[in-house]
Design a protein around this ligand. Structure first.
Ligand code: HEC
Length: 129
């Protein structure tokens, strides 16, 4: 009887060890592809806007694919067409702040950002559909 118990324990250990390594493999496979879509990286509107957004505080409240404090950039891109009118309107919101479109949390104003830079940021955001 004792012998069986020992055998049973060993089998359990081996199974646990195998299970563990399988889990690791799964984690690796699930790693998200962080690189942007290839054809976007050669678009000057994309690279310029990405650089400006990276230098500012945008990413503390916005992520590309997930809602954070503000809407995800993907949601914003899906909501607005990249027309001159929308780009000016959204650039104005980045500079002056915005509220009430996505919820009650306001976006802080960014008076230090020039209109040209704000427009470049919006063009980048609207590419992220
Ligand atoms: C303090 C957090 C915060 C920061 C920092 C921030 N945002 Fe926002 N942003 C928000 C919130 C919250 C909203 C949703 C506002 C609303 O509901 O109207 C928003 C909305 C937006 C929108 C959509 C506006 C609309 O009317 O649909 C754009 C575009 C945007 N942000 C871009 C930016 C950019 C670019 C930056 C960096 C310069 C930035 N945000 C920095 C919180 C932030």
């Amino acid at each position: 009887m004792k012998k069986y118990l020992v055998l049973f324990a060993i089998t359990g250990l081996v199974a646990a060890a195998c299970g563990g390594s399988e889990e690791k493999k799964e984690e690796k496979a699930a790693e998200p592809a962080a690189a942007p879509v290839a054809d976007l990286s050669s678009n000057p509107d994309y690279t310029k806007g990405l650089e400006l957004v990276g230098k500012s505080d945008c990413l503390t409240c916005h992520k590309v694919n997930d809602k954070l404090i503000g809407p995800s950039y993907k949601e914003v891109a899906n909501k607005y067409e990249a027309t001159e009118e929308n780009i000016s309107m959204l650039a104005g919101k980045i500079i002056k702040g915005g509220k009430g479109v996505w919820g009650e949390v306001p976006m802080t104003p960014h008076p230090q950002i020039s209109e040209d830079d704000a427009k470049a940021m919006v063009k980048y955001v609207l590419l992220l559909k």
